[in-house]
Design a protein around this ligand. Structure first.
Ligand SMILES: [Zn+2]
Length: 117
């Protein structure tokens, strides 16, 4: 099984791990889902603040250049939305929750349309 590089931007931390489609590993420090990067990206050292800022900017530009995300990334995004929806649905009803659910469902529909291409 091939390994990929997974990155946590808030913690400025990266690790190599086997690739599992639609199941992004989580950061051991902050428990957020890690971002998967391919090998063309150089990962800065933990203390290299400027390197991390540059990487973030480069990734944003790259994402814009490749409008259609790869299927695994899309699945991960869908899974994240599903988790958020499931969490929201467990909360007591309120006007704020109503709008949050509406926004989440709209984003989910958009993702599904993207996947169909
Ligand atoms: Zn983290």
């Amino acid at each position: 099984m091939s390994s990929r590089t997974y990155v946590c931007f808030p913690c400025r931390w990266a690790r190599r791990a086997p690739f599992v489609p639609a199941a992004a590993p989580r950061c051991v420090h902050c428990r957020q889902a890690l971002t998967q990067l391919d090998r063309r990206w150089r990962i800065p050292g933990h203390g290299d603040l400027r390197g991390w800022r540059r990487l973030t900017t480069a990734l944003a530009l790259d994402a814009r250049a490749h409008r259609r995300p790869e299927p695994p990334a899309l699945d991960a995004a869908l899974n994240a939305l599903d988790r958020q929806l499931a969490n929201a649905l467990r909360q007591p009803e309120s006007a704020r929750l109503y709008w949050r659910l509406r926004a989440l469902r709209a984003r989910r529909r958009k993702r599904l349309r993207q996947r169909r291409g």
